[in-house]
Design a protein around this ligand. Structure first.
Ligand code: PLP
Length: 454
């Protein structure tokens, strides 16, 4: 069976929707939650998506907001027509929604970006030239790399939350005078563990440092509140927040950003241009040169609204599934899970593991081909951290990451645990080979070509 036939209206409800239910119970519903995928033995099963940490599926309410916006979609801040006026209002309303979502103060600004990587690179451009940046080596590359190397202090991956706070305090005690910035993730994209942000911010503030929170992994799962955490900036991605329309945001203090050169030179960023002088805007417009991604901003705002509304239920849903998954994996001989801070650490729904005697590439290919399960394998754009975690497992250079989310069910968790048990006990029962679509069973009957949809 081809994926195209699976996607055809007659076979499944994944056909182009009329507006679907916006919640399942008290959990926001996602587009494609009934996606069917082919297995290598010719059967079809519903997709068990354990890759929310990479990109989360679209919320039905996000799709509904985007579809409602499209008929009057027009330019933003550039037109006097009716549609432009409406679209401009939606764009600015989206900014306010994101502002509220992270508990920002009146003085904080929201700059729409492409995603977290873009937001952190924007901040890196605005950091004063004499600033020292402090960052853990355990960060995702997006938070690890944008800073000037010669003025960045890289701290070893912490082994406990207390050690994380102490390491930041020690580094700040001996850091050069001048502006300082601590950049830290809210939750590790590899282990899911939650960093002690408020405590790190407290020591940072005591040493005159500012804090940027990489909330890419935290925001979809837990409340992120700038005021409560006492951080200066928050960076996040719409596509990890169930709003895959290409927008993210940098939210926080305006001073460094208003003093910096515009991120993109062009229309929108300018207050006035004459023959020999360009005056740049202050505020978000300064760094939002060019026509903005208004659909992305609307999608992000709709996701923020839905997640805020259902926050408690989302957390409960994910905590119970995570406990089930971790308990299940812990009982499997030959399966090793990895952690920075230990078993008791608070974490979002992400588990990093390896299976003895089986490469993570082959294991993830088998999970897909034989069980309809989607996981990620590799080093997760966090090479130093994965290197550190796997240092005692020389047979493995890479690991498997299972990250759950709104579309995850108990059956998905049980299927994953059962599949890992079988792989750990029996190894692979068929041959796998490299192909243009990655690793797949030899003589794989599945048609893995993406169907033509335009
Ligand atoms: N920070 C963390 C913790 C992440 O997990 C990711 C992506 O996985 C990023 C930053 C980069 O996010 P994006 O690819 O949306 O820019």
């Amino acid at each position: 069976m081809s994926i195209l036939s699976i996607l055809e209206p007659a076979n499944t409800s994944t056909a182009r929707p009329t507006i679907a239910r916006l919640t399942t119970g008290n959990i926001p519903a996602t587009v494609g939650s009934d996606l069917l995928v082919p297995l290598a033995d010719g059967r079809v099963t519903d997709y068990a998506n354990f890759d929310h940490g990479a990109s989360a599926p679209c919320l039905e309410s996000v799709r509904a907001a985007v579809e409602a916006a499209l008929p009057s979609y027009a330019s933003v801040h550039r037109g006097n027509g009716y549609a432009s006026r409406i679209t401009t209002q939606w764009y600015e309303r989206a900014r306010r929604e994101v502002h509220t979502f992270v508990g920002a103060s009146t003085d904080d600004q929201v700059i729409f970006t492409r995603q977290t990587t873009d937001a952190l690179n924007l901040l890196a451009r605005a950091v004063p030239a004499d600033a020292t940046v402090i960052v853990f080596e355990s960060e995702h590359h997006a938070a690890l790399l944008p800073w000037p190397t010669e003025r960045t202090i890289r701290l070893a991956a912490p082994t406990s939350t207390t050690a994380a706070v102490t390491a930041v305090a020690d580094a700040l005690r001996t850091a050069p005078e001048g502006p300082r910035l601590v950049v830290v993730t809210g939750a590790s994209n590899v282990t899911g563990e939650i960093f002690p942000i408020a405590e790190i911010a407290a020591v940072a503030k005591a040493h005159g440092a500012r804090v940027c929170l990489d909330a890419a992994q935290l925001a979809p799962h837990r409340v992120v509140d700038i005021a409560q955490l006492n951080v200066d900036w928050v960076a996040l991605s719409g596509h990890k927040l169930y709003a895959p329309y290409g927008a993210g945001a940098l939210i926080g203090r305006a001073d460094w950003l208003n003093a910096a050169d515009p991120y993109l030179y062009g229309g929108g960023a300018t207050a006035s241009v004459t023959g020999d002088e360009t005056v740049w805007n202050q505020g978000p417009a300064r760094h939002e040169g060019g026509s903005p991604n208004v659909i992305g901003a609307i999608a992000l705002a709709a996701a923020c609204a839905a997640i805020t509304k259902h926050r408690e239920a989302i957390e409960q849903h994910e905590r119970s599934l995570l406990a089930r998954l971790r308990t299940g994996l812990a009982q499997l001989p030959g399966v090793n899970t990895y952690s920075l801070f230990g078993e008791e650490a608070d974490r979002v729904g992400t588990v990093c593991f390896t299976i003895e005697g089986l490469s993570s590439t082959l294991a993830s290919a088998a999970l897909s081909a034989e069980y309809g399960i989607g996981v990620r394998d590799g080093k997760f754009c966090a090479h130093p951290l994965v290197g550190r975690l796997l240092a005692d497992s020389p047979e493995h250079g890479t690991a498997i990451r299972a990250s759950l989310g709104l579309g995850t069910t108990r059956e998905h968790v049980d299927r994953l645990v059962a599949a890992v048990r079988t792989l750990a006990t029996n190894g692979l029962t068929s041959e796998y080979e490299e192909s243009t679509h990655g690793c797949q069973p030899a003589n794989d009957p599945r048609d893995l070509e993406a169907p033509h949809i335009w």
